[in-house]
Design a protein around this ligand. Structure first.
Ligand SMILES: CC(C)(COP(=O)(O)OP(=O)(O)OC[C@H]1O[C@@H](n2cnc3c(N)ncnc32)[C@H](O)[C@@H]1OP(=O)(O)O)[C@@H](O)C(=O)NCCC(=O)NCCS
Length: 162
């Protein structure tokens, strides 16, 4: 499908082209696809996310509108730097046009540049997904491997909400 190329920003520079109130409202719209209709984020929390040096958030805009986003959180766990990927989502009306790939590739570049000394220092990336969502193929296309039950290095994630 032909379309204009998205403009890609991160939380370090997005507010030079878009006000935080508008960005927050479009971020909520897009995130509802992932987290459900009740999803909300306060302006204070959203501002804190944008300002956090251990967070990188990529925003893809088409005609100034937010159409896809992805987030990485830096984990300084000696000896290996790690980054955990979260909140990967494309606007429901803009799926299947390469925008998910764009935000993930841009996020990897930003991680390398800003946290990995321009690629000199390796960073282990991790993410979890729910197989029931049927989006594993998306990550495979982007070069990720899973550690599900069929893997030689099967890994179980444990969670606890406190
Ligand atoms: C998963 C998601 C982010 C993909 O975004 P998208 O913009 O539609 O994806 P793209 O068009 O960039 O696809 C990139 C590649 O992945 C492939 N792909 C995308 N979704 C796929 C799927 N569900 N299964 C298999 N392959 C898929 C595409 O065919 C494309 O391949 P190519 O680049 O080699 O041609 C989007 O469907 C989404 O927001 N889903 C709901 C939220 C979600 O599940 N997020 C992930 C949470 S873990």
């Amino acid at each position: 499908m032909s379309m204009s190329r998205p403009a890609v920003y991160t939380n370090r520079n997005i507010t030079s082209v878009k006000g935080i109130e508008d960005l927050r409202s479009e971020y909520i719209t897009v995130s509802k696809r992932l987290h459900g209709d009740q999803f909300d984020v306060t302006l204070g929390d959203f501002q804190a996310l944008l300002d956090d040096i251990k967070e990188l958030v990529v925003f893809a805009l088409l005609d100034s509108q937010l159409v896809a986003t992805a987030q990485a959180t830096l984990l300084w766990t000696p000896p290996q730097l790690q980054a955990y990927i979260n909140n990967v989502v494309t606007h429901p009306e803009y799926g299947g046009r390469g925008l998910g790939r764009t935000v993930m590739e841009s996020l990897e570049e930003a991680i390398k540049t800003q946290w990995g000394e321009n690629g000199l220092r390796s960073i282990k990336l991790g993410l979890t997904n729910s197989p029931t969502k049927g989006n594993g193929g998306f990550y495979e296309q982007l070069g990720w491997t899973s550690r599900g039950p069929e893997s030689d290095h099967s890994t179980v994630m444990w969670v606890k909400t406190i």
